[in-house]
Ligand binder design. Structure first.
Ligand code: SF4
Length: 599
């Protein structure tokens, strides 16, 4: 879809690329790399924005509803690939599309309506531009008289180029990280609405159903699935708290004295006002038998929602990453305030991880007198202030007052106010909920992540919770980065893996696709995708020096917990990691590596 020329054309999928890069994250990155130069300004019309499904998206493979948004990130200037669930990805595939590639910039705000093969651009001016995500979804379904239209849209954050604006679909599922919503806003594209009635075909339906049944027989009775259904991901907060890897007050601490007020037990605790609890139910994305999504109801008497009827119903609840960023990272122990702020991030389409960590950085700036009450309109933006956090989301979501500064993200904000050391970021992207001093593998995973600090690019969790030593971490990080690159390219959710293994997914792929898949091919594909992303970043100007962590976690030892006295050992692990990757000492893939991977 060329927004500048307002022209749309359809093309067959490049099958030779699909054989090498599979789909979603991998194939989308290949198209991006071929379509534009890595030096493109992410907020210019030349940036390309790709919505890509995987080969299993839209099928009944367990969790087969994922899609990725691939572009150059507005927050990071690096490759961005943000993965979302909900119903939108499955619907796009049911409409017959593997991928939407958006180029250029519309002169005035527009939205894209896809109904099977019918594709139309409509004006969003005087209709949904300026509206929140929730209003946009309601208005589009009403206008087009179809309650089953699925919508991915931006809020005023994306329209105003908030650096960590995201794209929200189905009210509270998000392509959350790296500022993909700001890229969409820069193109004057408010929403993509899709309705599909065509179905998805696979090469050998009988073999495919049998492979899916085999996967379900492993996944359905598993303890991991039951835990995720009952508790979502918030159970992690008690683990990181006990371990001493819960980033607290902008990583000044690694344990939070208010943890028991904002953890899973607090979500379930009955409250006095309505005798209900914050947590009401769970919910699932397309074709998902797990259902880790949270449905919450904010305390009707809580200050944050007075006069705001849209927050008085059940809405998307806290998951661990948002819970950490809006709770311990800001020192706030008010679970109702954190739930409100999380919902407001959904309504305005902002990444709650980056938002929370940016507010935490602003709180440290405030406490160091780099920001005063004058800037904050009299609001004391101190660690632990629920009122400050709620005020911050309201002004940033609507891009008003000091919200225009918070919109910059931690790195740009801290540089502007003279304390770059307060930004807890890698490649400009804010930390997720694991302090690298007690989790050495996670530190290396953050430092080497192609999209900036991320908890989903590698899987060093169990080893990190087991021991602090750095030995063996580089191998775990490298291998799991490759595996996750493959998983993100299938159209499935990472949470389905573990009980359902790579072998089972390869059986599904072999039944669905023209060629056969096995574990080795999956690993090679993941490694190829990782190196392709790395090449994009190197072409964009990233260097070895960017594979690092903020000084705080490299120089200030953890004050408590199992990592007490430790700093991150990333510099020690980096060369071993490069060697395992087949990169030279400066972090460039060698000729042999590129040739082995067909790059
Ligand atoms: S496990 Fe959770 S995030 Fe993954 S597809 Fe299911 S409900 Fe969605």
């Amino acid at each position: 879809m060329d927004l500048t020329g307002q022209k749309c054309r359809s093309d067959h999928l490049r099958q030779e690329w699909a054989e090498l890069y599979l789909g979603a994250r991998g194939l989308g990155t290949k198209y991006l790399k071929e379509e534009m130069g890595a030096n493109t300004d992410p907020l210019s019309p030349e940036n390309v924005l790709i919505f890509a499904t995987g080969p299993l998206t839209g099928t009944n493979s367990p969790t087969g509803g994922r899609f990725c948004v691939i572009t150059k990130g507005a927050l990071t200037n690096a490759i961005a690939c943000s993965n979302s669930g909900g119903q939108f990805g499955g619907e796009l595939k049911l409409a017959g599309w593997d991928m939407i590639i958006i180029t250029g910039k519309a002169k005035t705000p527009v939205y894209l309506l896809i109904q099977d093969e019918k594709v139309h651009l409509h004006s969003a001016s005087d209709f949904i531009w300026g509206n929140t995500v929730w209003e946009t979804e309601k208005k589009l379904r009403s206008k087009h008289q179809d309650p089953l239209i699925r919508i991915a849209s931006i809020g005023s954050a994306g329209e105003n180029l908030v650096r960590y604006a995201c794209i929200v679909n189905d009210k509270d599922r998000a392509a959350g990280r790296s500022g993909v919503g700001a890229v969409m806003g820069s193109k004057n594209l408010k929403a993509i609405a899709v309705r599909g009635k065509k179905g998805v075909s696979v090469r050998d339906p009988k073999a495919f159903l049998s492979a899916v049944a085999e996967s379900r027989s492993l996944l359905d009775p598993s303890e991991g699935r039951l835990q995720l259904a009952m508790n979502g991901t918030m159970g992690m907060l008690d683990i990181t708290q006990a371990h001493g890897s819960l980033p607290t007050r902008n990583c000044r601490d690694v344990q939070f004295e208010g943890a028991n007020k904002i953890n899973l037990a607090a979500m379930k605790r009955p409250r006095e006002s309505d005798h209900g609890a914050n947590l009401q139910a769970n919910k699932a994305c397309f074709a998902c038998p797990i259902g880790c999504g949270r449905v919450s109801k904010i305390d009707p008497e809580h200050f944050s929602i007075q006069g705001k009827p849209q927050y008085q119903e059940a809405l998307g609840g806290l998951e661990y990453e948002a819970g950490y960023a809006l709770g311990p990272m800001t020192g706030v122990s008010d679970i109702e305030a954190a739930t409100y702020v999380n919902a407001a991030c959904n309504e305005h389409a902002m990444d709650p991880i980056s938002f929370g960590a940016t507010v935490a950085a602003a709180m440290e700036l405030f406490e160091n007198d780099a920001i005063s009450l004058k800037e904050t309109n009299g609001v004391a933006l101190k660690f632990g202030s629920a009122k400050g956090l709620v005020w911050a989301v309201d002004v940033t979501g609507r891009f008003k007052d000091f919200g225009q500064e918070l919109a910059l993200g931690s790195k740009r904000l801290c540089e502007k106010f003279g304390h770059p050391q307060f930004a807890m970021v890698v490649k400009g992207q804010e930390f997720p909920g694991y302090d690298p001093r007690a989790m050495q593998g996670m530190g290396l995973a953050y430092a080497t992540s192609n999209r900036g600090a991320c908890h989903l690019r590698a899987d060093p969790y169990s080893d990190d919770f087991d021991h602090l030593q750095t030995k063996g971490k580089a191998k775990i990080v490298k291998e799991s980065q490759d595996e996750n690159s493959f998983i993100d390219s299938t159209g499935l959710c990472a949470f389905a893996f573990g009980d359902m293994g790579i072998d089972e997914v390869c059986d599904q792929l072999s039944a669905a696709l023209p060629s056969s898949w096995n574990k080795q091919r999956a690993q090679d594909t993941g490694e190829r995708i990782w190196n392709l992303e790395r090449q994009f970043n190197l072409d964009a100007g990233f260097k070895k020096d960017d594979d690092t962590l903020p000084e705080r976690v490299l120089k200030e030892p953890a004050k408590s917990g199992s990592g007490k006295g430790w700093v991150s050992q990333v510099p020690l692990m980096l060369q071993e990691y490069y060697q395992l990757r087949g990169w030279d000492p400066d972090g460039f893939p060698t000729k042999e590596t590129l040739s082995r991977l067909g790059l």
